[in-house]
Design a binder for this molecule. Structure first.
Ligand code: KIV
Ligand code: ZN
Length: 515
């Protein structure tokens, strides 16, 4: 295999993934995910959209400081203000990239940009030139490429490569593409553009028709050498192409794809869990590679076959992607140093001794309730604390539940609201319903509950329950998460976390606003 055959993995969990309604992450959470991606040897991490908000800018800067082995990238529309801001954000990086984009499809140019094609081309070239003043590593995306005209794409791609773009990304922005057609588009463009050999062609697919991974692989088969993807397929609407599926498809089907990645795939499952616990987006059990059932052989015929010869039914090994590395790590008698070391192994660090002490106290509380503490418990333990992230306008005090067969459950609780303690009591169809009614009687949020889900973090009845609550209010959607061995307490924490997110300032998405 030659160097040309390397497939670059560009992870956009922290940018396009975060654009998924309710998936916003704090700076510290983003750093934690970025460090896991670095450990997995992801080539490029798109850390955010610097102009979107002060929070995005600071997250990119912090990730550029914390991550040294992956290239750190910021998105920027093809306008000077965005590019200058992106350049500033990636400055601390060892290797930094500016990813600038403009829409090239007739429908986007006419209705969103209200610009004629020659003007779009001029703006694209100017943006790439400006970005090149800041870094040699400039990526240019033709937004809505899969619905753009071939001749116009040829023109604009040739011009931006001449202007200094080193990566050309052809997104299937609205998930409209079909593998045969989308793959062929890459082959045709690479053949037709005279300076195509001076750039790496990249794929970026959305999953509206469930084809994001298939489209990405089709592009690779026709010459793409960078794939843009996200952990668990997180992303706008139906999501983006899933990194874990791309990585394992390329590895498993070497006969079809003459490319390799530098990924250490053994970090896939822990990273998937981390992203899921931070965002509150649970992974469906039958999800490829990272779903709980992905390697579970239930049928007798399959089990018999696997026992006789694993490859009769298994095309990959669960251990390779990080399943079964769920080692028992700590217990009630573990000391502070051991706990700190295990946190660090999971990419979780603490800014000061007080933050470590608080986490250690929580660990001790949990170890009192639960015999064996697994990695997933530690991750939930820190995901559950949202100190620097969201101001805690609402904080749970005491919670008492009375449940008796044949009677309506009652919840009595106290909340600290802006520092003042208030009490409430309510009944409901179940203990969680009663708890939420009691909280609402104090908060009066008027938010709509869109989703409530509970998952066991580990196995056994002493597992912590991981609760996700999605609330919607005035078009804003947030996901709250909470974990506890008592699922009613976990539910209360998740609900209050969501209410605290609703109370925090919202950030804008310039990509939706056009230019
Ligand atoms: O889907 C899309 O077109 C994008 C671009 C900004 C790359 O996310
Ligand atoms: Zn996208």
């Amino acid at each position: 295999m030659t160097a040309k055959d390397k497939l670059y993995i560009f992870d956009t969990t922290l940018r396009d993934g975060e654009q998924s309604p309710g998936a916003s992450m704090t700076r510290d959470e983003k750093i934690r995910i970025a460090k896991m991606l670095e450990k997995m040897r992801v080539d490029i991490i798109e850390a955010g959209f610097a102009i979107a908000s002060k929070g995005d800018f600071e997250s990119i800067q912090a990730i550029a400081q914390a991550v040294k082995d992956s290239t750190i990238c910021s998105l920027a529309r093809a306008v000077p203000g965005d590019i200058e801001r992106a350049a500033e954000a990636i400055k601390p990086a060892n290797s930094g990239r500016i990813h600038t984009f403009i829409a090239t499809s007739p429908i986007h140019m006419q209705y969103k940009l209200k610009m004629e094609p020659p003007k779009v081309l001029e703006q694209a070239v100017a943006a790439v030139k400006l970005a090149r003043n800041h870094t040699d590593d400039v990526e240019f995306s033709l937004e809505d490429a899969s619905r753009s005209e071939f001749e116009f794409m040829c023109k604009i791609i040739e011009a931006v490569i001449d202007a200094g773009a080193r990566t050309i990304n052809l997104p299937d922005t609205v998930g409209y593409g079909e593998p045969g057609e989308y793959g062929a588009m890459f082959g045709r463009l690479i053949n037709a553009i005279p300076n195509a050999d001076k750039a790496i062609f990249s794929t970026h697919c959305h999953n509206d028709l469930g084809l994001a991974v298939a489209n990405s692989l089709a592009a690779v088969m026709h010459g793409a050498r960078q794939v843009e993807c996200t952990i668990n397929g997180l992303g706008e609407r139906a999501g983006n192409a899933a990194l874990e599926e791309i990585a394992m498809a390329v590895r498993t089907r070497q006969d079809m794809m003459p490319v390799h990645t530098d990924l250490d795939v053994s970090h896939i499952v822990p990273t998937s869990r981390l992203v899921s616990s931070i965002t509150g987006f649970a992974v469906q059990p039958n999800k490829a590679i990272v779903g709980a059932n992905a390697f579970a052989h239930e049928s007798g015929i399959h089990q018999d076959g696997v026992l006789k010869h694993r490859e009769t039914y298994e095309i990959m090994r669960a251990e390779d992607v990080g399943w079964n590395t769920n080692k028992l790590v700590l217990g009630k008698h573990s000391g502070r140093a051991a706990v700190k070391a295990r946190f660090e192994a999971l990419g979780i660090t603490f800014d000061n001794p007080e933050a470590l002490s608080a986490a250690f106290e929580r660990f001790k509380d949990l170890a009192d309730k639960k015999h064996e503490i697994f990695d997933e418990d530690l991750q939930a333990l820190v995901s559950d604390v949202k100190p620097q992230s969201v101001p805690e306008t609402y904080k749970l005090g005491d919670l008492e539940i009375v449940c008796k067969t044949g009677q309506q459950p009652t919840a009595k609780l106290s909340l600290k609201i802006d520092g003042a303690v208030q009490q409430a009591e309510a009944t409901g169809s179940g203990p969680v319903d009663a708890t939420y009614k009691a909280i609402e009687s104090l908060v009066k949020s008027n938010a709509t509950l869109k989703l409530y889900s509970v998952n066991a973090i580990t196995q056994g009845t002493d597992s912590q329950g991981d609760v996700t609550v999605r609330l919607e209010k005035g078009g804003q959607i947030v996901n709250g998460v909470g974990a506890d061995t008592d699922i009613v307490t976990a539910s209360a924490k998740a609900y209050l976390h969501a209410l605290n997110l609703l109370a925090a300032p919202e950030r804008s998405h310039p990509q939706r606003e056009g230019i």
